[in-house]
Design a protein around this ligand. Structure first.
Ligand SMILES: Cc1ncc(C[n+]2csc(CCOP(=O)(O)OP(=O)(O)O)c2C)c(N)n1
Ligand code: SF4
Ligand SMILES: [Mg+2]
Length: 310
């Protein structure tokens, strides 16, 4: 059983007064992550909504030391910071417990622009946690498509809907043979909290991807952000799992879907609730587009189920 929300610490490391949209799912994700990481951590960020909303020192809304880095160094910068701490400790110049060094990077930074650096750090098994908060687009720069944007979604660079299917980044990371990979969602905070606590205790490269639906870009009411996150899991558009040393286990409620105990919700209501899919329902070929998206999800679930048997 995941930690109950009432047992998650009340400490806050993302401070109030930051510039994110009210109710931002990425900010909420960072708040929950912070509660698990605690104060002894160093954060590295590539350009994103989080960077734009945190502000700069000495008025930053982050209570950890934070470094704004380039996409091209999305793996090497954090690895260098961690190596520096480890070296100081070895030489007796750093006392106390080593901090957790973590990347806080969006899907654009992770799937696309920073991918080579993240892949290289994973292959070296550098001792860091890479968090990808996935809002399925480049939100900060005005909602352009990313490798995480699903098929038929409107973005400003896919005005007729995206033609390609999305990349499967968590499984790509799993194929780097790293000790820990997990997916999570802001709708299941206890599960996210537990996964971060576990990742903190493991040496080597850890990858955690958090589904964070951006109401501003996707077009739905901010009050629905948790419901939308929950629907993504219940439809199978997003699956919750963790993999320790390559072995996948599913987390609730995805485990019930994977074992066949629970039926997945059909995707229609989820799509109808977001204006980024509005044109699907205006066109005569609505049925085919819904079938395409449903087929992408079905294939993803089948593949993940088979991969879990390995
Ligand atoms: C090399 C480089 N290319 C493009 C940009 C412009 N840029 C800044 S933030 C961003 C989008 C990042 O998207 P994502 O990582 O998903 O974060 P989000 O905005 O969704 O929070 C882009 C393209 C940049 N800063 N550097
Ligand atoms: S645009 Fe989306 S991800 Fe960015 S701050 Fe607003 S709600 Fe959050
Ligand atoms: Mg994004």
């Amino acid at each position: 059983m995941a930690t109950a929300i009432k047992n998650i610490p009340t400490d806050e490391y993302l401070l109030s007064g930051n510039g994110s949209c009210g109710g931002c799912p990425s900010a909420l994700a960072l708040r929950i992550v912070g509660k698990a990481l605690g104060s002894n951590a160093v954060m590295l960020l590539t350009p994103s909504c989080t960077v734009a909303s945190l502000g700069v020192s000495p008025k930053s809304a982050s209570s950890w030391p934070a470094l704004n880095i380039t996409f091209a160094s999305a793996g090497s910068s954090a690895a260098g910071v961690m190596a520096g701490f480890e070296m100081l400790k070895e030489k007796g110049k750093y006392k106390g417990e080593l901090p957790t060094v973590f990347n806080w990077v969006g899907d654009g930074g992770t799937y696309d622009i920073g991918f080579q650096a993240i892949s290289a750090a994973a292959e070296r098994n550098d001792n860091i946690i890479h968090f990808c908060y996935n809002n399925e687009a480049y939100s900060n720069t005005g909602m352009q498509r990313s490798g995480a944007t699903p098929r038929h979604a409107y973005t400003t660079t896919t005005p007729g809907g995206k033609s390609q299917t999305k990349k499967n980044m968590p499984l790509l990371m799993l194929d780097h043979n790293i000790p820990y990979v997990a997916t999570a969602s802001i709708a299941y905070p206890g599960d996210l909290y537990d996964k971060v606590i576990k990742a903190k205790s493991i040496k080597g490269f850890k990858y955690i991807e958090i589904f964070a639906p951006c109401f501003t870009g996707w077009g739905f009411d901010p009050s629905q952000v948790i419901e939308m996150s929950r629907m993504a899991v219940k439809t199978g558009a997003w699956s919750l799992f963790e993999a320790e040393n390559g072995k996948i286990s599913f987390s609730s409620p995805t485990d019930a879907i994977m074992s066949g105990k629970t039926e997945r919700m059909p995707i229609d209501d989820y799509l109808r609730a977001q204006t980024r899919f509005k044109r699907i329902f205006k066109n005569g070929d609505e049925a085919q587009m819904i079938k395409d998206i449903q087929a992408d999800i079905d294939e993803g679930i089948d593949f993940l189920r088979k991969r879990a048997e390995i």
